[in-house]
Design a binder for this molecule. Structure first.
Ligand code: M1P
Length: 244
């Protein structure tokens, strides 16, 4: 019998943004794990270390782990795929990209800046105008400030203008940063790891499904049934209805 594949975004869908998973969600994942009709996976923009921190031991309920949009991929806890961003850019272009971003941030006037403005990951680059090692309170304040002043959107526009020749995709998935990666390396990338004919249905749950959000492409992909959620509670409700 074919099974249903359920794929979940992490931040805002399984856990509150950048926070730890709650008990009710752990219980639901446990139910899905032992249900013969379903296979579950998660697909998020963060790296595995951060996802593990948020999901705790509940990570083991997932057969598929897709950190960095599936540019790194695990099945049953074993890594089986890893992409390489450097092959896409080449050292020279990558350096001029980094220099542009850092000088943009150096000239940016915002209420506070901390450290780690540029994070080079396996399959994507994460850029944060305030800096990734700000506190939770500083994060929350930046998010509010950005909603009003569109700091990230403006920055993305400038980078796009400067690097028009690079086929890059920009996506705002969290509170203080945005991700940059080659077009096509969005969350739909994780589907490349499957023969989808083997599943009865494929579902995806995400909160940032509007254009520019990092769930947009997978949510709208013809091969999946997309579920828009507004919080982890919402995810619980939809899945519980499915299981009834
Ligand atoms: O998973 C959503 C996003 O989570 C983090 O964003 P932020 O730190 O801005 O809240 C980052 O890991 C980002 O890469 C990711 O897309």
């Amino acid at each position: 019998m074919k099974k249903k594949l359920l794929l979940f975004d992490v931040d805002g869908t399984l856990t509150p943004s950048r926070k730890k998973i709650e008990k009710t969600m752990i219980e639901m994942l446990e139910k899905l794990h032992y249900n013969q009709n379903y296979i579950i996976g998660f697909v998020g923009g963060s790296n595995l270390e951060k996802q593990h921190e948020q999901l705790g031991n509940a990570i083991n309920y997932f057969k598929y782990w897709f950190p960095e949009n599936g540019l790194v991929a695990y099945e049953n806890k074993e890594e089986f795929y890893k992409s390489n961003l450097l092959d896409f850019f080449g050292e020279e272009k990558l350096q001029s990209f980094i220099s542009f971003v850092l000088s943009y941030i150096a000239n940016l006037e915002i209420p506070i800046k901390r450290g780690t403005f540029f994070e080079y990951r396996t399959g994507l680059i994460n850029i944060s105008p305030i800096g990734r090692n700000c506190s939770q309170e500083e994060r929350d304040n930046f998010e509010k400030y950005d909603r009003k002043h569109n700091i990230r959107e403006k920055m993305i526009k400038s980078i796009k203008r400067e690097f028009q020749e690079l086929d890059l995709h920009y996506s705002i998935g969290g509170q203080i940063s945005f991700d940059v990666f080659p077009k096509g390396w969005d969350k739909t990338f994780c589907l490349n790891h499957f023969n989808l004919d083997l599943f009865e249905e494929v579902h995806f749950f995400g909160d940032k499904v509007e254009k520019g959000g990092n769930d947009y492409e997978l949510y709208n992909d013809q091969r999946v049934t997309g579920h828009k959620v507004t919080s982890p509670k919402d995810t619980l409700k939809i899945v519980e209805d499915m299981l009834r």
